[in-house]
Ligand binder design. Sequence first.
Ligand SMILES: *Cc1c(COP(=O)(O)O)cnc(C)c1O
Length: 423
Amino acid sequence: MIPYGKQQIDQSDIDAVVEVLKSDFLTQGPMVPRFEQTIARYCGVGDAVAVNSGTSALHIACLALDLGPGDTLWTSPITFVASANCALYCGAKVDFVDIDPATYNMSPEALEEKLKQARESKSLPKVVVPVHMCGQPCNMEAIHALAQEYDFRVIEDACHALGGKYKQEPIGNCRYSDITIFSFHPVKIITTGEGGMAVTNDQTLAERMELLRSHGITRNVTTYGSMGVRESGSKTHPYAHTPIPPYTNTPKHPYIDTPKPAYYYEQIDLGFNYRMTDIQAALGISQMKRLDQFVARRSQLAARYDELLSDLPVTTPWQHPNGSSAWHLYVVRLDLEKMNLTRRQVFEYLRKKGIGINVHYIPVHTHPYYQAMGFEWGMFPESEKYYQEAITLPLFPAMTEKEQDRVVDALKRILPTEHTEGH
Ligand SMILES: *Cc1c(COP(=O)(O)O)cnc(C)c1O
Protein backbone atom coordinates (compact mmCIF):
# COMPACT_ATOMS: atom_id res chain seq x y z
CA MET A 1 0.00 0.00 0.00
CA ILE A 2 1.34 3.45 -0.93
CA PRO A 3 0.50 5.54 2.17
CA TYR A 4 -0.98 9.04 1.90
CA GLY A 5 1.86 10.38 4.03
CA LYS A 6 5.01 9.10 5.64
CA GLN A 7 7.93 10.38 7.68
CA GLN A 8 11.44 10.44 6.26
CA ILE A 9 14.07 9.26 8.74
CA ASP A 10 17.74 8.98 7.79
CA GLN A 11 20.94 7.97 9.58
CA SER A 12 21.61 11.51 10.83
CA ASP A 13 18.21 11.51 12.58
CA ILE A 14 19.00 8.16 14.20
CA ASP A 15 22.45 9.35 15.31
CA ALA A 16 20.97 12.52 16.84
CA VAL A 17 18.51 10.49 18.90
CA VAL A 18 21.10 7.92 20.00
CA GLU A 19 23.38 10.72 21.17
CA VAL A 20 20.67 11.99 23.52
CA LEU A 21 20.03 8.48 24.82
CA LYS A 22 23.70 8.29 25.82
CA SER A 23 23.65 11.75 27.44
CA ASP A 24 22.66 12.94 30.92
CA PHE A 25 19.28 14.37 29.95
CA LEU A 26 16.41 12.55 28.30
CA THR A 27 14.04 15.42 29.00
CA GLN A 28 14.34 19.08 30.05
CA GLY A 29 17.96 19.14 28.87
CA PRO A 30 19.68 21.32 26.29
CA MET A 31 17.88 19.97 23.19
CA VAL A 32 14.42 21.44 23.78
CA PRO A 33 15.59 25.09 23.93
CA ARG A 34 17.86 24.45 20.96
CA PHE A 35 14.93 23.08 18.93
CA GLU A 36 12.81 26.05 20.00
CA GLN A 37 15.51 28.43 18.78
CA THR A 38 15.81 26.55 15.49
CA ILE A 39 12.09 26.89 14.79
CA ALA A 40 11.91 30.50 16.01
CA ARG A 41 14.81 31.50 13.80
CA TYR A 42 13.38 29.66 10.78
CA CYS A 43 9.99 31.33 11.21
CA GLY A 44 11.39 34.73 12.10
CA VAL A 45 9.42 34.90 15.34
CA GLY A 46 10.41 36.00 18.84
CA ASP A 47 9.58 33.05 21.07
CA ALA A 48 8.85 29.34 20.72
CA VAL A 49 7.46 26.89 23.29
CA ALA A 50 7.89 23.18 22.52
CA VAL A 51 5.27 20.74 23.77
CA ASN A 52 4.36 17.09 23.35
CA SER A 53 1.77 17.55 20.55
CA GLY A 54 0.07 20.05 18.29
CA THR A 55 -3.07 19.49 20.36
CA SER A 56 -1.26 20.54 23.56
CA ALA A 57 0.05 23.61 21.74
CA LEU A 58 -3.53 24.57 20.82
CA HIS A 59 -4.67 24.03 24.40
CA ILE A 60 -2.01 26.20 26.07
CA ALA A 61 -2.34 28.82 23.34
CA CYS A 62 -6.06 29.15 24.15
CA LEU A 63 -5.36 29.31 27.89
CA ALA A 64 -2.62 31.90 27.42
CA LEU A 65 -5.17 34.04 25.56
CA ASP A 66 -7.47 33.63 28.54
CA LEU A 67 -10.12 31.62 26.73
CA GLY A 68 -12.53 30.25 29.32
CA PRO A 69 -16.16 29.71 30.28
CA GLY A 70 -18.44 32.23 28.63
CA ASP A 71 -16.06 32.70 25.67
CA THR A 72 -16.31 31.32 22.15
CA LEU A 73 -13.68 30.12 19.67
CA TRP A 74 -14.36 29.95 15.93
CA THR A 75 -12.52 27.71 13.51
CA SER A 76 -13.03 25.99 10.16
CA PRO A 77 -15.15 22.82 9.88
CA ILE A 78 -12.54 21.40 7.50
CA THR A 79 -9.76 20.62 9.93
CA PHE A 80 -8.63 17.97 12.37
CA VAL A 81 -10.90 17.89 15.43
CA ALA A 82 -8.12 19.26 17.67
CA SER A 83 -8.53 22.79 16.24
CA ALA A 84 -12.02 22.89 17.79
CA ASN A 85 -11.57 20.63 20.83
CA CYS A 86 -9.03 23.03 22.36
CA ALA A 87 -11.87 25.46 23.13
CA LEU A 88 -13.85 22.77 24.92
CA TYR A 89 -10.81 21.89 27.06
CA CYS A 90 -10.94 25.48 28.31
CA GLY A 91 -14.65 25.36 29.09
CA ALA A 92 -15.36 27.70 26.16
CA LYS A 93 -17.83 27.24 23.31
CA VAL A 94 -16.99 26.40 19.69
CA ASP A 95 -18.53 27.64 16.48
CA PHE A 96 -17.47 27.35 12.86
CA VAL A 97 -16.97 29.56 9.82
CA ASP A 98 -17.57 27.95 6.43
CA ILE A 99 -14.72 27.45 3.96
CA ASP A 100 -14.01 29.19 0.69
CA PRO A 101 -14.87 26.53 -1.92
CA ALA A 102 -11.72 27.30 -3.92
CA THR A 103 -9.09 27.49 -1.18
CA TYR A 104 -10.61 25.08 1.40
CA ASN A 105 -9.52 27.60 4.05
CA MET A 106 -11.83 29.64 6.27
CA SER A 107 -13.60 32.15 4.04
CA PRO A 108 -12.84 35.74 5.13
CA GLU A 109 -16.18 36.81 3.59
CA ALA A 110 -18.09 34.22 5.60
CA LEU A 111 -16.11 35.27 8.67
CA GLU A 112 -17.04 38.93 8.21
CA GLU A 113 -20.70 38.07 7.65
CA LYS A 114 -20.79 35.95 10.81
CA LEU A 115 -18.99 38.65 12.81
CA LYS A 116 -21.60 41.23 11.76
CA GLN A 117 -24.36 38.97 13.00
CA ALA A 118 -22.45 38.14 16.18
CA ARG A 119 -22.03 41.83 16.95
CA GLU A 120 -25.81 42.21 16.75
CA SER A 121 -26.42 39.27 19.05
CA LYS A 122 -23.48 40.13 21.34
CA SER A 123 -21.82 36.77 20.75
CA LEU A 124 -18.49 37.78 19.22
CA PRO A 125 -15.70 35.20 19.46
CA LYS A 126 -12.70 35.73 21.72
CA VAL A 127 -10.39 33.60 19.57
CA VAL A 128 -10.45 32.64 15.88
CA VAL A 129 -8.34 29.72 14.64
CA PRO A 130 -7.68 29.83 10.90
CA VAL A 131 -6.19 26.57 9.59
CA HIS A 132 -3.71 26.59 6.71
CA MET A 133 -5.43 23.61 5.12
CA CYS A 134 -3.08 21.26 3.22
CA GLY A 135 -0.33 23.85 3.78
CA GLN A 136 -1.90 26.60 1.63
CA PRO A 137 -1.81 29.88 3.56
CA CYS A 138 -5.06 31.49 4.69
CA ASN A 139 -5.86 35.08 3.79
CA MET A 140 -4.23 36.28 7.01
CA GLU A 141 -4.27 39.94 6.05
CA ALA A 142 -8.06 39.92 5.81
CA ILE A 143 -8.44 37.90 9.01
CA HIS A 144 -6.07 40.24 10.84
CA ALA A 145 -8.04 43.29 9.69
CA LEU A 146 -11.24 41.70 11.02
CA ALA A 147 -9.47 40.88 14.29
CA GLN A 148 -8.70 44.59 14.71
CA GLU A 149 -12.24 45.62 13.88
CA TYR A 150 -14.05 43.02 15.97
CA ASP A 151 -11.48 42.64 18.73
CA PHE A 152 -10.66 38.95 18.74
CA ARG A 153 -7.36 37.08 19.07
CA VAL A 154 -5.92 34.85 16.35
CA ILE A 155 -4.21 31.45 16.66
CA GLU A 156 -2.93 30.14 13.32
CA ASP A 157 -3.19 26.37 13.12
CA ALA A 158 -0.13 25.76 10.94
CA CYS A 159 0.12 22.00 11.57
CA HIS A 160 0.16 21.56 7.77
CA ALA A 161 2.22 24.58 6.94
CA LEU A 162 5.73 24.54 8.42
CA GLY A 163 8.03 25.58 5.58
CA GLY A 164 5.28 27.40 3.70
CA LYS A 165 5.25 31.12 2.92
CA TYR A 166 2.68 33.90 2.97
CA LYS A 167 3.57 37.12 1.13
CA GLN A 168 7.22 36.09 0.86
CA GLU A 169 7.50 35.48 4.60
CA PRO A 170 7.58 32.22 6.55
CA ILE A 171 4.30 30.98 8.00
CA GLY A 172 4.81 31.17 11.75
CA ASN A 173 6.23 34.70 11.92
CA CYS A 174 2.94 35.76 13.60
CA ARG A 175 2.75 39.02 11.68
CA TYR A 176 -1.02 38.60 11.49
CA SER A 177 -1.70 36.53 14.61
CA ASP A 178 -1.06 36.27 18.34
CA ILE A 179 0.21 32.69 18.28
CA THR A 180 0.95 30.08 15.60
CA ILE A 181 1.02 26.38 16.41
CA PHE A 182 2.72 23.44 14.68
CA SER A 183 2.52 19.63 14.95
CA PHE A 184 5.38 17.19 14.48
CA HIS A 185 3.28 14.04 14.14
CA PRO A 186 4.94 11.62 11.64
CA VAL A 187 2.64 12.51 8.73
CA LYS A 188 3.36 16.25 9.09
CA ILE A 189 6.16 18.20 7.38
CA ILE A 190 8.84 17.29 9.93
CA THR A 191 8.47 14.85 12.81
CA THR A 192 9.53 14.33 16.41
CA GLY A 193 7.38 11.17 16.80
CA GLU A 194 4.77 13.14 18.68
CA GLY A 195 5.36 16.82 19.31
CA GLY A 196 4.21 20.35 18.81
CA MET A 197 5.24 23.98 19.15
CA ALA A 198 3.58 27.31 19.85
CA VAL A 199 5.33 30.44 18.56
CA THR A 200 4.60 34.09 19.30
CA ASN A 201 6.09 37.59 19.26
CA ASP A 202 4.45 38.37 22.61
CA GLN A 203 6.84 37.52 25.42
CA THR A 204 4.07 37.50 28.03
CA LEU A 205 2.14 34.89 26.06
CA ALA A 206 5.32 32.81 25.68
CA GLU A 207 5.93 32.93 29.45
CA ARG A 208 2.34 31.87 30.15
CA MET A 209 2.59 28.95 27.75
CA GLU A 210 5.90 27.88 29.26
CA LEU A 211 4.28 27.77 32.69
CA LEU A 212 1.25 25.88 31.45
CA ARG A 213 3.27 23.16 29.73
CA SER A 214 4.82 22.22 33.06
CA HIS A 215 2.22 22.22 35.85
CA GLY A 216 2.10 26.01 36.24
CA ILE A 217 5.32 25.72 38.21
CA THR A 218 7.91 28.48 38.24
CA ARG A 219 11.45 28.58 39.58
CA ASN A 220 11.82 32.18 38.56
CA VAL A 221 12.03 34.41 41.65
CA THR A 222 10.52 37.37 39.83
CA THR A 223 7.27 35.50 39.12
CA TYR A 224 6.84 34.06 42.61
CA GLY A 225 3.48 34.91 44.02
CA SER A 226 2.35 36.60 40.82
CA MET A 227 -0.44 34.31 39.65
CA GLY A 228 1.07 35.65 36.48
CA VAL A 229 -0.66 33.56 33.83
CA ARG A 230 -4.14 35.11 33.91
CA GLU A 231 -4.95 38.45 32.44
CA SER A 232 -6.51 40.73 35.00
CA GLY A 233 -10.26 40.45 34.97
CA SER A 234 -10.28 36.70 34.53
CA LYS A 235 -11.70 35.27 37.70
CA THR A 236 -12.50 31.72 36.84
CA HIS A 237 -10.18 28.86 36.19
CA PRO A 238 -11.50 26.70 33.34
CA TYR A 239 -10.83 23.48 35.22
CA ALA A 240 -11.87 24.28 38.70
CA HIS A 241 -14.86 26.34 37.61
CA THR A 242 -14.36 28.14 40.88
CA PRO A 243 -12.79 31.51 41.56
CA ILE A 244 -9.02 31.63 41.87
CA PRO A 245 -8.26 32.46 45.49
CA PRO A 246 -6.82 35.95 45.70
CA TYR A 247 -3.09 35.80 46.23
CA THR A 248 -2.14 37.43 49.48
CA ASN A 249 1.39 38.05 50.46
CA THR A 250 0.94 36.59 53.92
CA PRO A 251 4.13 34.72 54.70
CA LYS A 252 2.54 31.30 55.11
CA HIS A 253 5.54 29.54 53.67
CA PRO A 254 8.48 29.55 56.05
CA TYR A 255 10.84 30.76 53.32
CA ILE A 256 8.57 33.40 51.83
CA ASP A 257 10.65 36.34 53.00
CA THR A 258 14.10 34.84 52.94
CA PRO A 259 16.33 33.91 50.03
CA LYS A 260 14.87 30.71 48.61
CA PRO A 261 16.67 27.43 49.07
CA ALA A 262 17.80 25.65 45.90
CA TYR A 263 14.93 23.16 45.87
CA TYR A 264 12.25 25.85 46.04
CA TYR A 265 9.59 26.33 43.37
CA GLU A 266 6.06 27.65 43.27
CA GLN A 267 2.93 26.58 41.45
CA ILE A 268 1.21 29.77 40.34
CA ASP A 269 -1.36 28.34 37.94
CA LEU A 270 -2.93 25.01 37.07
CA GLY A 271 -0.77 23.65 34.25
CA PHE A 272 -0.09 20.24 32.73
CA ASN A 273 2.73 17.91 31.84
CA TYR A 274 2.92 18.80 28.15
CA ARG A 275 6.72 18.76 28.00
CA MET A 276 8.65 17.63 24.95
CA THR A 277 11.56 15.25 25.63
CA ASP A 278 15.16 15.91 24.60
CA ILE A 279 14.93 12.73 22.51
CA GLN A 280 12.12 14.28 20.48
CA ALA A 281 13.79 17.69 20.28
CA ALA A 282 17.03 16.14 18.95
CA LEU A 283 15.04 14.43 16.21
CA GLY A 284 13.32 17.73 15.46
CA ILE A 285 16.61 19.64 15.18
CA SER A 286 17.96 16.99 12.84
CA GLN A 287 14.79 17.03 10.72
CA MET A 288 14.86 20.82 10.46
CA LYS A 289 18.11 20.56 8.49
CA ARG A 290 16.10 18.92 5.70
CA LEU A 291 12.88 20.94 5.99
CA ASP A 292 13.44 22.97 2.84
CA GLN A 293 14.41 19.82 0.97
CA PHE A 294 11.21 18.06 2.15
CA VAL A 295 9.01 20.98 1.06
CA ALA A 296 10.81 21.29 -2.29
CA ARG A 297 10.25 17.60 -3.03
CA ARG A 298 6.59 17.78 -1.98
CA SER A 299 6.08 20.78 -4.19
CA GLN A 300 7.79 19.08 -7.14
CA LEU A 301 5.54 16.03 -6.78
CA ALA A 302 2.49 18.28 -6.43
CA ALA A 303 3.34 20.07 -9.67
CA ARG A 304 3.75 16.69 -11.36
CA TYR A 305 0.31 15.59 -10.09
CA ASP A 306 -1.20 18.83 -11.45
CA GLU A 307 0.13 18.00 -14.89
CA LEU A 308 -0.66 14.27 -14.90
CA LEU A 309 -4.24 14.84 -13.71
CA SER A 310 -5.02 17.68 -16.12
CA ASP A 311 -7.32 15.66 -18.38
CA LEU A 312 -9.31 14.07 -15.54
CA PRO A 313 -12.57 15.47 -14.12
CA VAL A 314 -10.94 16.57 -10.88
CA THR A 315 -10.12 19.99 -9.42
CA THR A 316 -6.45 20.10 -8.52
CA PRO A 317 -5.36 22.24 -5.55
CA TRP A 318 -5.71 26.01 -5.55
CA GLN A 319 -2.43 27.80 -5.11
CA HIS A 320 -2.05 31.05 -3.25
CA PRO A 321 -1.01 33.75 -5.75
CA ASN A 322 1.29 35.38 -3.22
CA GLY A 323 2.34 32.51 -1.03
CA SER A 324 3.64 28.99 -1.21
CA SER A 325 2.25 25.82 0.28
CA ALA A 326 4.23 23.40 2.42
CA TRP A 327 2.19 20.71 0.60
CA HIS A 328 1.26 18.63 3.62
CA LEU A 329 -1.67 17.22 1.65
CA TYR A 330 -2.54 16.94 -2.02
CA VAL A 331 -6.34 17.00 -2.13
CA VAL A 332 -8.36 16.77 -5.34
CA ARG A 333 -12.10 17.33 -5.67
CA LEU A 334 -13.93 14.87 -7.87
CA ASP A 335 -16.27 16.44 -10.40
CA LEU A 336 -19.05 14.02 -9.48
CA GLU A 337 -21.47 15.52 -12.06
CA LYS A 338 -19.17 14.33 -14.83
CA MET A 339 -19.04 10.75 -13.62
CA ASN A 340 -21.33 7.93 -12.73
CA LEU A 341 -19.51 7.36 -9.47
CA THR A 342 -19.62 8.33 -5.83
CA ARG A 343 -16.56 9.44 -3.87
CA ARG A 344 -16.90 6.24 -1.90
CA GLN A 345 -16.66 4.07 -5.03
CA VAL A 346 -13.53 5.91 -6.15
CA PHE A 347 -12.05 5.62 -2.66
CA GLU A 348 -12.71 1.89 -2.38
CA TYR A 349 -11.41 1.14 -5.87
CA LEU A 350 -8.13 2.93 -5.18
CA ARG A 351 -7.70 1.30 -1.77
CA LYS A 352 -8.21 -2.10 -3.42
CA LYS A 353 -5.46 -1.20 -5.89
CA GLY A 354 -3.06 -0.54 -3.00
CA ILE A 355 -3.30 3.23 -3.15
CA GLY A 356 -3.59 4.52 0.43
CA ILE A 357 -5.82 7.47 -0.37
CA ASN A 358 -7.59 9.23 2.46
CA VAL A 359 -10.16 11.93 3.20
CA HIS A 360 -9.27 15.19 4.98
CA TYR A 361 -11.51 15.92 6.73
CA ILE A 362 -14.90 14.79 7.92
CA PRO A 363 -16.37 18.22 8.81
CA VAL A 364 -15.86 18.64 12.55
CA HIS A 365 -19.45 19.81 13.18
CA THR A 366 -20.83 16.53 11.79
CA HIS A 367 -19.16 14.27 14.37
CA PRO A 368 -21.61 12.81 16.91
CA TYR A 369 -19.93 14.67 19.77
CA TYR A 370 -20.54 17.99 18.02
CA GLN A 371 -24.03 17.03 16.82
CA ALA A 372 -24.88 16.40 20.46
CA MET A 373 -24.01 20.08 21.09
CA GLY A 374 -26.59 21.12 18.49
CA PHE A 375 -24.60 21.26 15.25
CA GLU A 376 -26.34 19.77 12.22
CA TRP A 377 -25.68 18.81 8.63
CA GLY A 378 -26.57 21.75 6.40
CA MET A 379 -25.06 24.43 8.63
CA PHE A 380 -21.83 24.81 6.63
CA PRO A 381 -22.76 23.89 3.05
CA GLU A 382 -19.42 24.63 1.35
CA SER A 383 -17.57 22.43 3.85
CA GLU A 384 -20.11 19.63 3.43
CA LYS A 385 -19.96 19.80 -0.37
CA TYR A 386 -16.17 19.74 -0.24
CA TYR A 387 -16.36 16.68 2.00
CA GLN A 388 -18.52 14.80 -0.55
CA GLU A 389 -15.92 15.34 -3.27
CA ALA A 390 -12.47 15.43 -1.67
CA ILE A 391 -9.84 12.73 -1.77
CA THR A 392 -6.26 13.00 -0.55
CA LEU A 393 -3.69 11.44 -2.86
CA PRO A 394 -0.41 10.02 -1.50
CA LEU A 395 2.29 12.67 -1.14
CA PHE A 396 5.49 12.45 0.92
CA PRO A 397 9.14 13.37 0.27
CA ALA A 398 10.35 9.80 -0.29
CA MET A 399 7.59 9.05 -2.82
CA THR A 400 9.01 7.98 -6.19
CA GLU A 401 7.71 9.05 -9.59
CA LYS A 402 6.94 5.39 -10.25
CA GLU A 403 4.71 5.28 -7.19
CA GLN A 404 3.09 8.50 -8.31
CA ASP A 405 2.46 7.04 -11.78
CA ARG A 406 0.75 4.07 -10.12
CA VAL A 407 -1.62 6.44 -8.33
CA VAL A 408 -2.38 8.35 -11.53
CA ASP A 409 -2.86 5.16 -13.59
CA ALA A 410 -5.35 3.80 -11.06
CA LEU A 411 -7.25 7.10 -11.13
CA LYS A 412 -7.30 7.06 -14.93
CA ARG A 413 -8.69 3.57 -14.91
CA ILE A 414 -11.69 4.47 -12.79
CA LEU A 415 -12.41 8.10 -13.73
CA PRO A 416 -13.67 9.07 -17.18
CA THR A 417 -11.13 11.15 -19.10
CA GLU A 418 -12.16 14.35 -20.86
CA HIS A 419 -12.29 12.50 -24.23
CA THR A 420 -14.70 9.80 -23.07
CA GLU A 421 -16.83 12.20 -21.08
CA GLY A 422 -20.43 12.33 -22.32
CA HIS A 423 -20.17 9.21 -24.50
C1 LIG B 1 -2.22 17.13 13.20
C2 LIG B 1 -3.09 18.30 13.43
C3 LIG B 1 -3.39 18.78 14.71
C4 LIG B 1 -2.99 18.06 15.96
O1 LIG B 1 -1.63 17.80 16.08
P1 LIG B 1 -1.13 16.57 16.99
O2 LIG B 1 0.35 16.79 17.05
O3 LIG B 1 -1.52 15.33 16.29
O4 LIG B 1 -1.77 16.72 18.31
C5 LIG B 1 -4.14 19.93 14.83
N1 LIG B 1 -4.60 20.58 13.75
C6 LIG B 1 -4.35 20.15 12.50
C7 LIG B 1 -4.87 20.93 11.34
C8 LIG B 1 -3.60 18.99 12.30
O5 LIG B 1 -3.39 18.54 11.05
